[in-house]
Each structure stands twice: as C-alpha cells, then as structure tokens.
Design a binder for this molecule. Structure first.
Ligand SMILES: Cc1cc2nc3c(=O)[nH]c(=O)nc-3n(C[C@H](O)[C@H](O)[C@H](O)COP(=O)(O)OP(=O)(O)OC[C@H]3O[C@@H](n4cnc5c(N)ncnc54)[C@H](O)[C@@H]3O)c2cc1C
Length: 381
C-alpha cells in the first residue's frame, strides 16, 4: 500500500463518504475541495435504505438517530417522511425507509474527523513519467500515486485526462427556486396538502410541478420547487442545452409567461407558482445532464494511479436520477476495496461496479421520461 495518503478530489457526497469510510478502515486520506466549508447545499435530497443503511455502522448511529439528525424536518422532530402517493413518479420510494435528507447536514455529519482542504481547487492533472501531478489552486504541484476524482459532473480530473467524454444534455426544460415561508402560512396553506410528507408533485399534461421542504424550523420553512417539462421542438425558448454555467440565472420572460398560463392550480402549487412572486425571487435554470465515461477509458488511467467514482464519471439528471444514492454506495464499496486490496484492487472493482453505473444512467433517462408522462422526446433537440 502506498505511504502517501489517498488524495480525494472533491468533498461532496461521494468524496466525504469515501473519506469517512477510509478513516474507519484506518487508511489516511486528504480531500481537496474547491468551495469554502460553509454555506453548502441548503436543500433536501432523497435517500434510500440501500445507500444509507450500510453507512450507519461507519457513523456509529442507529437508523432513527441518523434520520432525525439529517432529515429536512429533523429539527422539529420529523424524520423526512415521503408519501409516494403524492408523487407522479415514485420510482424507488419506500415510505418506510426512503426519506428527505438535508444535504448540508448529511455532509457535515460525514466530514467529521476528515482532513479537508477547503478552497483548494484542482486546476488540472498532469501526466508524469511515474504517475501524475496534481495542479492545485493553493499548493505547489503535488506528485501523487493514488488520486480519486470525485469532483462532480464538471470534474477537472476527468476533463484533464478524458477531455472528449461528453456531457449529454437531455431534452427537458427545468427551473428551480426556493422561498422562505413563515410557519403560520406553511401550516395553513402547505401542510394540509402535503400532509405528513416533505415532497408533493402534480402533472399538468407533460408539465411536472414539484414542491418540497428544504428545511423546516419552528418559526419558518424553506420551501423548494421545480417546474419541468419535455423540450418542445427547436424553437423552444426555454430549452438552452448549450448555455454556459454562468447562464443558470438568466431566466427568459417566456418562463414567467408559462407560469401565468397555468390554470386552476390547487394548493400548495397555487401559492408557490405565483409568477409575480417568482419574478422577485432567484430562479435557476437547470440542465438535465448525464455523463458516462467508458470502462475502457477508466482502465487506461489505472496505471497512472488515477481513479474515479460518483458524478465525475456517471452523472444522472437531478430529476429522476439517483446520483446521491450511487455516490454513497461507490464511496462505501471503494473504501472497502482499497482497505482490503490497496489501489491495485480498483481495476477489479471497476469491473464489478461498472455495469451498475451503466444501467443506472440508462434508468435515469427512462425515469425522467416516465415522470413527464412517458412520451419519447427527440434526443436531438
Ligand atoms: C439540487 C439538487 C438536488 C438533488 N437531489 C437528489 C436526490 O433527491 N437524490 C439523489 O440521489 N441525487 C440528487 N442530486 C444529485 C446528487 O446530489 C449528486 O448525484 C451527488 O452529490 C453526487 O456526488 P459526488 O460526490 O459525485 O458529486 P458532488 O456531491 O457534486 O461533489 C463534487 C464536489 O467536488 C467539488 N469540486 C468540483 N470541482 C472541483 C475542483 N476542480 N477541485 C476540487 N473540488 C471540486 C464540488 O464543489 C463538490 O463539493 C441532487 C443534486 C442537486 C444539485
């Protein structure tokens, strides 16, 4: 086993899971993260038992303590319940175990005891005769014998070594926002419709409206929403597959016009999809993307000591995807592999894990289609 620590690029869900599991196995690791430690990701994500139950032993928590600590409504005694009957496409939701976790709380729990270098982005990876050197924002070049790229769908680790792997933009239009709602208003308007759940959806034709709790507190609730639909031909003003990352906040007037045209919404959709209020708020344009690096290409970097997991090599769309689920399972399993076989075992780990990555990306593309009514959308749009 290498004397150097394992160098993990990215302290998101996958990188933190990997780091925490390596720590449990006594394998030293350092994480390099582009962003500051706070604030991070104040929103809800769906977790299933298949990913979080294997984590409980690593974290030393029982299931209910874990859920209460990180659930979106945990601070008011909730455990992140989801009622699948309130969803248009429940997918894998099991109401007895799937729940809505607050992503920032999950990440804070995972990162306890880890060596994370915040605001130290990887700029690129350079190949050297003996392996690779990491070009980090605030460090000299770092020669490295075992690097794990877990730096998300826009991974610089991947782009340095596999510049031609495409980000596939799916033909859907999606917008997202948040609103801080006083508890009295939440209890009067949202709670009766959302019942004990933290997520509610409705479909109007091919348009899906989702409303969810990001964080519930005693006096206020942060409520999130998404508006999504299939792209409608090449003249669709809301489908901008080639927009730059910085274009996420450029919201076309046509979006607000579509919101105004929504008819006879019931609560809580009527309250949240109010075009006048939305015009005053921060709205984000989301691209629904997938990434899948080929198995063959992954194996070519093994000899250089560079490995990957999570969204950097198998990303799924936010709507209909299971990216967090897969990143957690990757982290748990990869740590087990490294602690048993060292980095030399990762080639075989790829062989066993890759079919799941491939089928999960395909399934996520089917899931977003089913969610919007199952109508096949032209991928060329
Ligand atoms: C709003 C939203 C809602 C979601 N909801 C769900 C859900 O309900 N269920 C689900 O399964 N999935 C969901 N996802 C997807 C899920 O969050 C991701 O699939 C998951 O986080 C992937 O984990 P990862 O560690 O591979 O990547 P990330 O968690 O994205 O972590 C990558 C990390 O790398 C860092 N980084 C990037 N570039 C660099 C660099 N150059 N140098 C150093 N660090 C870098 C990033 O800042 C980030 O911290 C959602 C995502 C979003 C954005």
């Amino acid at each position: 086993m290498s004397q150097q620590p394992i160098r993990i690029i990215g302290a998101g869900i996958g990188g933190l899971t990997l780091g925490r599991c390596l720590l449990k196995h006594g394998v030293p690791a350092v994480l390099y993260e582009r962003m500051p430690s706070t604030p991070r990701h104040g929103y809800g994500i769906t977790l299933h038992a298949s990913s979080y139950r294997p984590l409980l032993e690593v974290l030393g928590l029982d299931e209910w303590t874990f859920r209460r600590r990180i659930a979106v409504d945990g601070s008011v005694g909730g455990s992140g319940n989801i009622d699948p009957e309130l969803l248009v496409y429940p997918g894998k939701i099991d109401p007895s175990s799937s729940f809505r976790a607050h992503r920032e709380k999950l990440e804070k729990l995972l990162r306890q005891g880890l060596d994370v270098q915040w605001e130290n982005a990887l700029e690129k990876v350079e190949e050297t005769p003996s392996g690779v050197a990491l070009c980090l924002q605030s460090t000299q070049k770092l020669e490295s014998t075992c690097v794990i790229g877990v730096d998300g769908p826009h991974s610089n680790t991947r782009k340095s070594l596999s510049p031609n792997t495409p980000l596939k933009v799916l033909p859907y239009v999606a917008f997202n926002g948040k609103r801080h709602v006083k508890r009295a208003l939440f209890d009067e308007v949202y709670a009766p419709a959302i019942r004990g759940s933290n997520l509610v959806e409705t479909r109007l034709g091919d348009v899906v409206l989702t409303v969810f709790v990001n964080e519930k507190q005693a006096d206020a609730v942060n409520v999130g929403w998404t508006y999504s639909r299939p792209a409608r031909g090449s003249t669709d003003m809301l489908h901008k597959p080639n927009r730059p990352v910085s274009g996420a906040t450029d919201i076309p007037e046509e979006f607000f016009q579509e919101i105004e045209a929504l008819q006879e919404l019931r609560q809580p959709f009527k309250e949240i999809f109010d075009a006048e209020k939305l015009r005053m708020e921060r709205v984000l344009h989301w691209l629904m993307r997938t990434v899948l690096v080929s198995h063959q290409e992954l194996c070519t970097f093994v000899g250089k000591g560079v490995f990957f997991m999570g969204d950097s090599v198998h990303a799924e769309p936010i709507l209909g995807g299971e990216g967090a689920e897969n990143a957690i399972i990757d982290g748990i399993e990869l740590a087990k592999c490294i602690s048993t076989h060292g980095p030399a075992g990762i080639r075989a780990w790829y062989d066993s894990r890759y079919p799941t990555w491939e089928s999960s990306v395909k399934e996520s593309e089917r899931a977003i289609e089913k969610m919007h009514g199952g109508q096949k959308v032209d991928p060329q749009l």
